[in-house]
Structures are given as C-alpha cells and as structure tokens.
Ligand binder design. Structure first.
Ligand code: ADP
Ligand code: MG
Length: 478
C-alpha cells in the first residue's frame, strides 16, 4: 500500500531594513561580536522598543504580493513569547501571535503536473535572537547579540505540499518572491532565509499523520535531502509497527540524517501575552494603497503576460521570471529588438545562461549586455547570419571582440543570400552527389539532409540555410 507525504513549511525571512525592528542599531552582517547591539538589544532595564516603519512596510508588501489588501490586518498586536536562553537577554522574544499582520494568501508553484497553489496560513513580524558562539571558547560559550532584534517575517504555509520536490519548489518560489519585492536579500549562507519543514506521512485519504519538524534548513539541497530522509524514516517506522511521536529534529548534512532535538513533551509553553510596551499596530487603507502603487509587476503576472502576449512556453516564461534581473534583461532585449520574443527567450535561456553558468557569473556581471545581444539577434532576424554562425559571433562577443556587426564584418561571416550564387553552388553539389540524389528520389528523406550539409560545406557555412533548402527542394522535384 502507498503512503502519502504531507509537508508544511515555516520560513524566516530577514527583512532588509538598515536598522533593527525595535532599535536603531545596525543590522549589517559580519560585524565583530556585540558592536551592533544597543541598550534595547541587550535589554538594559528601562529601555523601550520603538517599531521600525520599514519592517512594517516590507510585511505589507509581502501581504500584497501573496493575497492583496484583504490579507493585511488593519490592526495587529505584538506579543511576548517567553522563554529562557542565553542569547535572549529580555527573557522573551517580541513576536505576533493571535493577530499577525498577514492572514492567508497563497504562493503558486510549478510542479510536474503543472501549476499548483500552496496556501499560506499567516505571516507575522518578529525579532531575531542573538547567537551563541561555541567554537573559539574552551569550556565556555560566547554570546553575540548583533543579531538580537533583527527584523524577521515568519511565513507559515498550510500543509499543502506532497513531496520533497514540491517543498523545494515552494521554498524557491518564496525565495524568489521576497527578493523580487525587495524585502529580503535572500542570502541563505548568512541565514537571511531559512526554512523549517514539518513532515508527516499517511495513507491516501486518511487524516493527517503526526508531524516532525526539521529545524533551520538553510539550503534547498538540505531541504530536499532532509525531507527525503525523514519520509523514509517515518514510513519504515510505521511499517515496523512503530508510531511517530511529535518532535523537533535537526538535519545533519554530514550523515544525511535527521536526529531528535526535543519531543512534544518538552515543548515550551511560551505564555504569550500582548506586549504592554508596544501599541497595537494600526495600518490604514491609504498606507496599503500607497505601498501597492509602488510594487513592481509581480512574477506571476509577468509569467502570464509572457505566455499570453509573447507566446512563450510556460517553461521559458518561468525561467525568465526567476528573478527581476533576468526579467529586466529579457524586457530590455525585446525592447531594443522591437519584437523577436521567442528568439530572445531561447537565446537567453540557452546560449546566454549556458555561458553565464560556465563562467560562474551573475547576470549583472555579464560581459554581453541586453543591447549588445539585441545587436546580434537583429543580424539573425535580418538574415545576415544564420543562427549557427550567430553562436560563433556570440562567443567572440563574450571574449570582448566587439559588437556583433563589427565581428561579422571583420571575419567575413555574412551569409550568402544571393540566389544566383547559391544555385550555382547547389548545381555543383547535385552533380557531385548523384548517389544521394537517387536515394532521395527513391524516398530516403535522410539523403536530403546530406545534400543540405554538402551545400553548407561548399559555402563554408555561410549559405542561407532556408534558401538552400528551398532551392534544393525545387531542383530535386524536377
Ligand atoms: P507550531 O507553531 O507548533 O510549529 P503550527 O500548527 O503553526 O505549529 O504548524 C506549523 C507548520 O506545520 C505549518 O506549516 C503547518 O502547515 C504544518 N503542519 C501542521 N500539521 C501538519 C502535519 N500533520 N503534517 C505536516 N505538516 C503539518
Ligand atoms: Mg513550528
């Protein structure tokens, strides 16, 4: 009998504000320990938190992107989540509990079976804790409070994912979205975007199984590996007659296994209550409308527009909207070309991405800008060069040899489109390849390609392939 996997994901996205959520201390990554921890962050007596407007605006931007104005609470409340840990000097974390800033919304993902919607439960604002440092200390731990008070948006999904692949597709879509709308830098190595995966298994159609939560996954590969291991482990445990206990587990990338951190029995009772130091957060319709006006066109809207108006495939449209940089490059390119959407899309997703990948470069570091690439594609559209020759020109451009037109001129790559000249060449090819001609006339289609190949060879690759095809067909039909 089959098992079905059920996954819900909680994500912490660090909001890209310059200062912290309740203090003026800097949030920049990598500073020496405790130089970016002010009196509020280290919880000196008598200090009071002051809410950072930039964090609120970013949360609203997120709400608008996943659900529109309806999902944004006009009134939300900050609550104290009480627990003891050395990196939490206040003894509580300021979070949102009963009334989060965003309730509902959805993320759309592409799966093998097409588009799928993952519903969001909520997204709330909270502060990060500090860090315990174990490495440089013998028999002791150090405490770095630079991260204490860094603004986070915790985004909680419904248990809507059914495989590790879907979970990764969701995490990637969410990652792309928070970067797209400019609320989080998405740097996973620095911990700016991290996921907890809640995993359970069940018989198809049965009620939800008991879940285990895999904490703090900071790469898509670890997310995939951790879920795959966890699912196998849960199925084996159940098939052996065991049962699953609700628990929090950690993934060890070295062993590829998950191991128990704590069970439900030691789960904290956080004694949430509204923080008396902070007023309820009231957001007006005008504020929401103003932020909505400033939002860029969202990836999904762009994707749909590319499919509808540019006749791109769902796949190409998806790749071209994987980040704003890629979409901007594509749009600049087709603008400079004045059309040629499909040609532009296939060159970006093919040759251009291939070259970037081989060189290990980001699109912003590309030696070929969108205008230069437009210059090359224009030569194809004008039938000056074939698509095949264009690849050589592209390589030359990549190596800094100049603009497409200049390279074509200097290397004499212009294709031969003169009908008279091509006919002369083809007559020669036909005379020299009587065997292929006979085979073709006897019904062997392949022989035609051989003749095209010979004609291309005779023009040293410069014959216009479409014209060669046409002339050959005409002559062979006689
Ligand atoms: P907590 O706050 O204790 O982590 P929540 O009820 O908020 O618990 O759920 C956290 C996450 O767990 C959500 O993303 C939710 O979709 C997911 N989840 C809940 N039940 C299950 C289940 N049976 N299997 C998989 N995921 C689940
Ligand atoms: Mg949880």
């Amino acid at each position: 009998m089959d098992w079905e996997t059920v996954i819900g994901i909680e994500t912490h996205a660090q909001l890209s504000t310059v200062s912290k959520i309740f203090s003026g201390a800097a949030t920049q990554f990598g500073a020496p320990p405790n130089v970016q921890a002010c009196a509020v962050d280290i919880a000196l007596p008598g200090v009071l938190p002051v809410l950072n407007k930039g964090a609120v605006e970013r949360a609203i931007r997120f709400g608008l992107a996943v659900g529109g104005p309806e999902v944004i609470s006009r009134r939300s409340v900050f609550a104290r989540k009480n627990y003891f840990y050395p990196d939490l000097p206040k003894g509580y974390q300021i979070s949102q509990f009963e009334l989060p800033i965003v309730t509902g919304g959805a993320i759309s993902i592409l799966t093998q079976d097409g588009e799928k919607t993952v519903r969001l439960t909520r997204a709330h604002l909270e502060e990060d804790a500090g860090k315990s440092l174990h490495e440089d200390f013998h028999g002791m731990s150090g405490i770095d409070l630079n991260r204490a008070g860094t603004p986070l948006l915790e985004i909680v999904s419904e248990p809507d994912m059914r495989s590790a692949e879907e979970a990764v597709a969701y995490a990637k879509a969410l990652h792309a979205l928070v970067r797209w709308i400019g609320i989080c830098d998405g740097n996973m190595q620095e911990g700016s975007f991290r996921c907890d995966a809640n995993v359970s298994v069940r018989r198809p159609g049965a009620a939800l199984g008991t879940r285990r939560e895999i904490k703090n996954l900071n790469s898509f590969r670890f997310l995939q590996q951790a879920i795959e291991y966890e699912v196998r482990w849960q199925i084996e445990t159940l098939q052996d007659g065991g049962s699953i206990q609700q628990a929090t587990v950690l993934f060890d990338p070295d062993t590829g296994q998950t191991r128990m951190m704590r069970t439900k029995e030691d789960a904290h009772d956080y004694r949430y209550f509204p923080d008396p130091d902070l007023l309820p957060l009231v957001v007006s319709d005008e504020t929401i409308e103003q932020i909505r006006c400033e939002l860029p066109e969202l990836p999904q809207a762009k994707r749909e527009r590319y499919i509808r108006d540019h006749q791109l495939s769902a796949y190409d449209a998806g790749v071209l909207t994987s980040s704003r940089e890629v979409a901007d490059y594509y749009e600049d390119l087709v603008k400079a070309l004045g059309g040629g959407h499909k040609l532009a899309a296939s060159w970006i997703t093919g040759e251009f991405f291939g070259a970037l990948k081989r060189a290990g470069l980001e699109i912003s570091q590309s030696p070929i800008g969108s205008r230069q690439l437009a210059g090359l594609l224009q030569q194809i559209l004008d039938a000056v060069i074939s698509g095949k020759t264009a690849k050589d020109v592209f390589d030359a451009m990549w190596n800094g040899e100049g603009e497409a037109a200049a390279i074509i001129e200097a290397k004499g790559l212009k294709q031969i489109s003169d009908a008279g000249e091509l006919e002369r060449v083809i007559d020669g090819v036909l005379a020299a390849n009587q065997k292929s001609v006979e085979e073709y006339r006897a019904g062997k289609e392949k022989a035609f390609n051989a003749l095209v190949g010979q004609a291309m060879k005779a023009t040293r690759g410069k014959g216009n392939p479409a014209q060669i095809n046409e002339i050959l067909k005409k002559k062979l039909a006689r």
